[in-house]
Design a protein around this ligand. Sequence first.
Ligand code: NAD
Length: 367
Amino acid sequence: MPLKPDITPPEAQDTRVGFALVGIGKLTAEELIPAARTSEHARVAALVSGEPDKAQGFARALGLTDGDAYTYEQFDELADRDDVQAVYIVLPNSLHREYATRAARMGKHVLCEKPLGVNAEDAQAIVDACREAGVLLMTAYRCQYTPEHWAARDAVQDGTLGDLRLLHSIHAQVEDDPEAWRLKRELAGGGPLPDVGIYSLNTLRFLTGQEPEWVFATQHQPDGDPRFQEVEASMSALLGFPGGVSATIQTSYAAHDTGTLRVMGEQGSLNMDPAFPYDGLKLSLSDNDGTRQPSFPEYDQFTLEFDHFARCIRSGDTPWTPGEEGVQDHVIMDALYESARTGQVVRLPTHTKRDAFRGTKPQLPQK
Ligand code: NAD
């Protein structure tokens, strides 16, 4: 796997926060390892995998030694590594809780991939374990760290669009391997909703800074398709935000790659298309005078996440997307599944405070 060149001067490396990456799947190999190499504040200090050869190969490519590669059985030996201050959990969803809890007990800070768990109870157990151990927990919601999403949030919240009325987002992709862990309920917790639909949900909550008060959803699980024996193929949902603002979210594992976001106020609207890939995000803002497309600096979303969490570890600040932010998405997703099952509107607890589940604002890349 080609890696980006290491641009960090060697003398700076030892002072960066050391992360152990747990799980070397596609995301770790193709995105996180290259991103950590260009991070100012974070570095990979250890790798944990079920395949020792793979972990050792990546360790050597990073200038580490075979001794920095651990198997899952050796995970608890990271307790002896003072140079590993944090673990980044990049495993199938149902394994997040076990590894986050074990990491917290070792006194390691935890960066955990989305979704935080498989349901609200599971995710809350991770929050509780980290709180009890006195370590920081961040849910890896990369779309809350990009300048494009922050510009969209500013337009929503500073009155540029006028009073907010309608929100809409679609996130879909085709999952064609019936054996994929993403299609196994026990490992994934659900289908497209917790995997890709979560971006629509999380980003609409981020843009508005508000929480839905009720939800209504329908889902489709086709008979006879081997992929969808355990999880939904598609879900369509209606969410009621405060002040009569309504949102529609659609997600699917059986629809062509799509990731869009639209927000309509009375005086203007914004469109992000694509809204969720790792790069190439496009934001347009429209009002009666026309449409403009702001430009943004280059950056790597995963580097921004690494740097934010490393800064929080240094300062002791709560991350912008802490564990509580991950739990809240699960509370809403649990309600969406309940609604799809019962055919009823499901009401949610009221949260009047803006950004009720968020911590310290991240630094955005400058032009
Ligand atoms: P993947 O299938 O590519 O990798 C999963 C890794 O977990 C592999 O190394 C695999 O060997 C290991 N593993 C350990 N136990 C396993 C088991 N019982 N079954 C299957 N694999 C097992 O998955 P991924 O795409 O890297 O996803 C991992 C996590 O990252 C998930 O929580 C996913 O939601 C998240 N993710 C986030 C983004 C993002 O943009 N933030 C993108 C992709 C994945």
